[in-house]
Design a protein around this ligand. Structure first.
Ligand code: CAA
Length: 385
């Protein structure tokens, strides 16, 4: 009946979200994308536009003053922002990443204390898992948290922290029981203004240059005992559960980058004339376009299926989150690379946005777990259920 077929069609309210985000992004985000890339400066004007429309952290539930967007609507917001500017799409994406540990595991008091200011757009939230010597092996982290009376004392270095410095709040994972390895890791909220918190120089990256990536240094940072997220020792599981949900948002980001590249290339091939006709008339070009569109749509369907699982908290989200992130990011890399090819020499220059999109796409195969880690996650799920 109809209910079965609704599965394959975006609900009306989600289609409306896409239209609304696209309008804001066409008007107020896309125009800043090239400058953010060239200067490496945080696109404050894009943040302000997203905030004014309530797209900066749409996933925050209404009880904390948020827009209460479900996982699919949040993915659509991130996708549409990424279509205009990948750097800016890390605003809603990393706000979700940073706050997801609280939403999953924090006390009601901690959630009530921190989430409303993120919902209001007064603060952003970053996620501090990786370290210089603990990337794919996240449980190999060295950052320590030691309880001293009624304060935790944190020491260590976190690396590759998206939006570090511009975020007010940080979810920090630290070892509380070194003998227990992954069961001896705990999660905490650290504030930028806490004494002993400082930041490294911005990394000089290939892409997403408008989103600052810096180290976070924790030097005898003393925080109240109640800033722990969940019980001691549950931090690693919280970190992994968070990534199960947010790998879907990286998949959405990859979709958006790829769609932006395909849309631009489609316009170009119909304008560009060689051998006396638009290059779109050549079958060699048409076959490339068809492959790009087909890969993008396959990635989109998998990503939206994963978003539905994220919303329901399905048991197989671990598998679907990894699969969507891996497939969509590989597709985005292929599609943006082909889009550069369709523009030939023009695609290779900064006079056109495609080389930026290709550089921006690359990170989606790397962060929130490399695509090799995603394959490990998928294989373990296949083999062990
Ligand atoms: N949900 C709940 N619990 C989970 C889980 C999940 N998805 N995955 C693992 N766990 C639990 C396991 O059940 C296990 O618990 P028990 O000890 O109680 O049995 C524990 O965690 C350890 O699990 P593993 O033995 O599987 O752990 P591992 O050390 O082999 O690591 C890994 C597994 C998949 C490789 C993991 O380390 C990983 O995902 N690595 C990649 C890290 C990553 O994605 N980093 C991204 C950083 S964030 C970022 O990039 C942000 C940005 O700036 C945008």
């Amino acid at each position: 009946g109809d209910a079965v077929f609704e599965v394959y069609q975006l609900p009306e309210e989600h289609a409306a979200v896409r239209e609304a985000v696209r309008a804001v992004c066409d008007g107020k985000v896309a125009p800043n994308a090239a400058a953010a890339d060239e200067t490496g400066e945080f696109p404050q004007a894009s943040y302000d536009a997203l905030r004014a429309a309530d797209f900066h952290a749409p996933h925050i539930p209404e009880e904390y003053g948020g827009a209460g967007a479900d996982a699919l609507a949040t993915a659509i917001v991130i996708e549409e922002v990424a279509r205009a500017c990948a750097s800016s799409s890390l605003i809603p994406a990393v706000n979700k990443l940073g706050t997801m540990p609280l939403l999953l595991s924090a006390s009601p008091e901690l959630k009530q204390h921190y989430l409303p200011s993120v919902a209001a757009g007064d603060a952003m939230f970053s996620y501090c898992l990786s370290e210089p010597d603990a990337g794919s092996d996240a449980a190999g982290m060295k950052t320590r948290a030691v309880l001293d009376g009624d304060t935790w004392v944190l020491n260590g270095v976190k690396r590759w922290i998206t939006n570090a410095g511009v975020s007010e709040y940080y979810t920090v994972f630290a070892v509380t029981d070194p003998a227990a390895r992954s069961r001896g890791i705990s999660a905490f909220v650290v504030e930028k203004s806490d004494e002993g918190v400082s930041f490294g120089a911005p990394e000089r990256k290939l892409g997403i240059k408008g989103s600052p990536t810096r180290e976070v240094y924790l030097d005898n940072v003393r925080i109240p005992a109640d800033r722990i997220i969940g019980a001691p020792g549950t931090g690693f599981a919280t970190a992994m559960q968070t990534l199960d949900h947010t790998r879907v948002t990286i998949a959405a980001q990859a979709l958006g980058i790829a769609q932006g590249a395909l849309d631009f290339a489609l316009g170009y091939v119909q304008e560009r004339k060689q051998f006396g006709k638009p290059i779109a008339d050549f079958q060699g070009i048409q076959f490339m376009l068809a492959d790009m569109g087909m890969k993008l749509e396959a990635a989109r369907q998998l990503t939206y299926a994963a978003a539905a699982k994220s919303e329901r908290g399905d048991k197989d989200l671990t598998y679907f989150g990894a699969a969507a992130k891996c497939f969509a990011s590989d597709a985005a890399m292929q599609i943006t690379t082909d889009a550069v090819q369709l523009l030939g020499g023009y695609g290779y220059t900064k006079d056109f946005p495609l080389e930026r999109m290709m550089r921006d796409a690359k990170i989606t195969q790397i962060y929130e777990g490399t695509n090799q880690v995603q394959r490990i996650v998928m294989a373990r799920q296949l083999l062990n259920g």
